[in-house]
Design a protein around this ligand. Structure first.
Ligand SMILES: [Zn+2]
Length: 423
């Protein structure tokens, strides 16, 4: 008699072509933020063929706007829908959420792509196109893991909730809407591209604006004015020092490089009006990394303190202090303990299918994981096919073999986590 693992592997292999077709189809359906409707309908229809109970609901910003984790991405909520497929169990096992987002980032300069960004082309064992890696392949591996189990007449003990959400790239409104609608489980696997590593830890990121005031005057009378560009460069140096100091003071064992956990990026700088005028104001905008375990408040205070202290060293800035503001994306860090059974079970399933142990890694980018761990009060982990470094680039692709492996691992994970029988 064949083992459960062998049966699952065979069942997934039987679906290989259908799975690749499905990924191609949803890659060919563009789903930029605010335009996720069409692809969500495709996914809802697919979930209906699996006889799951399908809930399609609008992602209403009106209902979310007072939530502390809500980030308004500025797009109209009218046509934005989440899709959840519920596969009921008998209530005797642990429940599991499989989560993925359908929104993709813009294509960038299309001339850098070999094919159309929406080609969904299959070449050399890869599927190409915007969203192939981040994360329509991962999303598909969750759906086809359920289909492979359905074909084996699997009946789960604990229920499985498949969540296809909008708005992840621009703040996480879709997953937040699903949490607020009451969807909850004993664990969540977010099928983001991790190259099949386990990522239960993510840094946070806060967008900030720093305004430095000087005094404008004719350049010939420079000594009568205050040059805001020169003043701001003192603060920029303080920010670079702070990034280094924070990585000396705080660390985390699960990041590949202890100096690359919570980056501080100065993204834009605007100042000055004319080459022969002393600039009267500089505005710097950037992204401030939050360490796992660090609160948003503590992170904000760290930047504000460094700016205040640097300003005190300068007579002008002491009297005319620079202003720090926090705006737009304010993403917390998130973490599930690495010894949690969810992580252990998924790691075991990965090893059973591939023969290799997977690495546990913290990631420096934001994802919906924080919403599950901090607000849904659920353990969560990122695990899925695709290399995140390809995610927002031209010629984005995903390796088909990795998608197949992920599908097998997720199917096995469902059985090991939720329990159940094949009858
Ligand atoms: Zn993603």
């Amino acid at each position: 008699m064949k083992s459960t693992k062998e049966n699952i592997e065979k069942s997934v292999e039987n679906l290989r072509e259908t799975l690749v077709d499905f990924v191609q189809q949803i890659v060919r359906t563009p789903s930029l933020p605010n335009d996720e409707h069409t692809v969500q309908e495709l996914i809802a229809n697919k979930l209906k063929t699996l006889e799951t109970e399908v809930d399609v609901f609008p992602c209403q910003f009106e209902q979310l706007k007072d939530h502390p984790a809500f980030c308004d991405d500025g797009f109209s909520p009218d046509k934005r829908i989440d899709v959840v497929g519920r596969w009921r169990g008998n209530g005797n096992g642990r429940s599991l959420i499989l989560n993925g987002h359908v929104d993709v980032v813009p294509t960038g300069d299309e001339t850098l792509w070999d094919d159309s960004p929406w080609s969904g082309a299959v070449k050399d064992g890869r599927i190409y196109g915007r969203g192939s890696c981040d994360m329509k392949a991962g999303l598909s591996s969750g759906i086809f893991a359920m289909e492979a189990l359905k074909k084996l007449n699997y009946k789960p003990d604990g229920e499985i909730l498949f969540e296809s959400v909008v708005g992840e790239e621009s703040g996480g409104a879709g997953t937040l809407a699903a949490i607020e609608r009451g969807y909850s489980a004993d664990g969540a696997v977010i099928l983001e591209p991790t190259s099949l590593h386990l990522s239960p830890i993510q840094s946070g990121a806060l967008t900030f604006r720093l305004t430095v005031t000087g005094k404008a005057t004719h350049a010939a009378m420079k000594w009568d004015g205050i040059n805001a560009i020169e003043k701001s460069s003192m603060l920029q140096a303080a920010i670079t020092d702070l990034e280094k100091l924070r990585h000396e003071e705080q660390t985390h064992g699960f990041y590949e490089d202890p100096n690359r956990i919570a980056p501080i990026n100065l993204g834009t700088i605007h100042g000055g009006e004319w080459h022969s005028t002393v600039p009267g104001e500089v505005v710097v905008e950037g992204r401030f990394g939050v360490f796992p375990g660090e609160s948003i408040d503590d992170a904000r205070k760290a930047l504000e303190k460094a700016i205040t202290e640097a300003a005190l060293n300068d007579p002008w800035m002491k009297e005319n202090p620079p202003v720090v503001e926090w705006f737009e994306g304010q993403f917390e860090s998130g973490e599930t303990p690495v010894d949690h059974p969810l992580i252990e079970t998924l790691g075991n399933c990965h090893k059973l299918v591939t023969g290799n142990s997977t690495k546990i890694r913290g990631v420096t980018y934001g994802s919906d994981l924080r919403l599950f761990t901090n607000h849904g009060k659920m353990p969560a982990v990122l695990y899925g096919p695709g290399d995140v470094s390809l995610a927002h680039a031209a010629n984005e692709y995903v390796e088909i073999e990795e998608v197949i492996t992920a599908t097998k691992v997720i199917a096995l994970m469902i059985v090991h986590w939720c329990g159940g029988s094949f009858k």
